[in-house]
Design a protein. Structure first.
Length: 261
């Protein structure tokens, strides 16, 4: 939702675009509020600033902390030196995601011929309530499909349209983990039993998009690699696949072990 009629709160982190750079600081535009603020030279760095332009340039986007707000005078004082590197990275990521959400929902409203306000009321609010943030919910829809949104009570045509759009625009980065299986079976059909154990590992139930790959390193060693949406999910799948393979080969009279990494 637009904040153009609101004012930021003291202590809030804001994304700003540097406008005029002057001797005693810089005037900036608060991107989320469409308001102008002043970054005084004393709030640029903890060390002495010899030349402001060594720290700021016109058109630069940065993260600032709100020090003072005076709506009557339409004045906001800001600080750069009081923002930590971690705060800067987290705020910039949050801001970029917020902009992407606005763009995605606007695309959906345009495609369906409804207003931005209506799509927020029928979908945005429900997603935000369930996931703590609209972007997080759209990311889940991109991974798992429209059912994620349908379960929230979002109308089918809206859920399907949003999912189609986010599937194209939000690309989920996969993480990979791997390990080595050692499988031995001296039975007459030992080779078949090892193949069966490896196949059972590859066929375990897994989240949409997750993959399990197994390759021969040098008998009896087999490399197993899992790609998933996050490390917790990947590690759990890797362990489950390894346990299934080892359990299957032992049932056939063989032996198995697993080494992580």
């Amino acid at each position: 939702m637009s904040k153009s009629e609101e004012w930021p709160e003291v202590g809030e982190l804001v994304v700003a675009t540097v406008g005029r750079v002057i001797d005693y600081g810089a005037y900036v535009t608060l991107d989320e509020y469409s308001k102008e603020g002043l970054l005084h030279i004393s709030e640029i760095s903890s060390s002495w600033v010899r030349n402001i332009r060594d720290h700021l340039r016109e058109g630069q986007k940065t993260v600032l902390k709100v020090l003072r707000v005076d709506p009557d005078r339409k004045h906001v004082d800001l600080s750069l030196r009081r923002v930590t590197r971690r705060e800067r990275a987290e705020k910039m990521l949050s801001w970029k995601r917020s902009r992407k959400v606005d763009s995605l929902l606007r695309s959906a409203s345009k495609k369906l011929g409804i207003s931005d306000e209506e799509i927020y009321e029928k979908a945005g609010k429900l997603i935000e309530k369930e996931f703590g943030g609209i972007y997080e919910g759209l990311e889940e829809a991109s991974k798992e499909g429209a059912d994620v949104l349908l379960r929230l009570g979002i109308p089918e045509n809206l859920a399907v349209t949003i999912t189609e759009i986010v599937s194209e625009k939000i690309k989920i980065r996969m993480v990979r983990v791997r390990g080595t299986l050692n499988l031995v079976c001296t039975k007459p059909d030992g080779v078949l039993q090892i193949k069966k154990a490896l196949l059972s590992a590859q066929e375990i139930e897994r989240p949409l998009g997750a993959e399990i790959g197994i390759q021969v390193v040098a008998t009896p060693r087999y490399s197993i690699e899992v790609s998933a949406h996050n490390y917790k999910e990947a590690e759990a799948l890797l362990k489950q696949a390894a346990d299934i393979a080892i359990g299957t080969i032992k049932e056939s009279g063989g032996q198995g072990s697993f080494n992580r990494g």
